[in-house]
Design a protein around this ligand. Sequence first.
Ligand SMILES: [Zn+2]
Ligand SMILES: [Zn+2]
Length: 472
Amino acid sequence: MKPTTLMLAMATAMALALPGLALAHDHSDHGAPAAATSSAAPASAYYKGLRGDYHAAQARWWKGNTHTHTWWSDGDSPPENVAAWYREHGYQFLVLSDHNRMQQDSIARGTLALSYSQWYPIEDDARRDALETYRKHFGQDWVQTRTSDKGVTEVRLKTLDEFRHFFEAPGEFAFISGEEITDSYQSNPFHMNAVNVHEIIQPRNGATSAQVIQNNLNAVLDQGARSGRDVLAHINHPNFRYGITVEDILPLRYATGEGFFELYNGHHGVENYGDAHRMGLEKMWDVILAKRIAEGDGALMYGIANDDAHSYTRWEVGANANPGRGWVMVRANRLTPDSIVGAMKEGDFYATTGVTLATLESADNQVSLEIEAEPGVEYTVEFIGTRRGTDLRGRPARDLPADLQGRASMRYSDAIGVVLDTQHGTTARYTAKGDELYVRARITSTKPHPNPFKAGDTQMAWTQPLLVTARR
Ligand SMILES: [Zn+2]
Ligand SMILES: [Zn+2]
């Protein structure tokens, strides 16, 4: 993030917060001046009402996941069990992103909302296990059940506003409301997460694949403009059933800070790495970046890692979408939805599957970073980019088998997304020569991922791309 932007954002947030602060003190019984009571009980109660830490003077890193499912759609546990997992595992923010539903009464049309009421049927062992955990953690008096006409136990799903008080605390944990807009084009899945939206968004559909994405993106951004909130939309798992190609994403109209996609999704069915005929998501990222910068309006695409967790009662690599496989670290002053999303729109975050950065600086044609080293673990940092003048043309893939499932992007030059430099150790620095369009860092550790997307994966991290200014 540019320091000037950060300062401006801080000043704006403080200006917005101050009138309310003054009001709270004006109405206090003590009538003490605001400065004298700033750390006393009434002020902290006021801050708690804001569901965020408004004391923080300096930016710090916050760990969060922007893609998670619960019983509100096809997750295997009630939202309280899900939130508890993340809270217990060191996350500070969480987006519960159910398919075409938020954790409230409203239901969008579309697929995968398994239960069309707030009463959720307990029909199998996984659900019985989840119900048992739910009762054990939250108590008999919290869990509401009834028996249907057919004799099936049903649980009443609580809304986000009913259960958020269990988890949220200033500077410790915050929910950011959201939804996975679950749309399709022909038979291909087109999913997009809307983050920090507060009203359900109906899948918008479209006459072409690119239009489906653009129409849903516009719906998210329109709600942001209407509400005055910082919202973002990220394109999900492009290689899930190979539904979304690089050519679907290229024509999208973005303003700066509006391009996000899942570089890494922890669901075992999403083909992050591609196959013999289709590119992996890192290559897709490089093609999009190179073409947007060299041929388009230069708006960057940011890469997100998340787990897209569905399964909290069954744990198995390759069979269950478990939590904790990937997440983002966001640098922001405050743990509030607007502050976190605002920082992400500035590109001030990185994606990780386990590697943590102690420092990350990215400005003035230079990227430097330091890794929080773990004993016995080795790290390789690769700086990746595309040089100016590289052939960016796509060529139709002509050798595809007739029975290939899904769709295929065009083929692009191997010179797109090349390793510019490789460094070993816990610190790394790259100074651009000026012939690169952008540069980004990929960190690979030797530490096995405890529950990876694919068996054998080691822990990694990816920084956001730095736009390189050409030397004259
Ligand atoms: Zn999805
Ligand atoms: Zn999902």
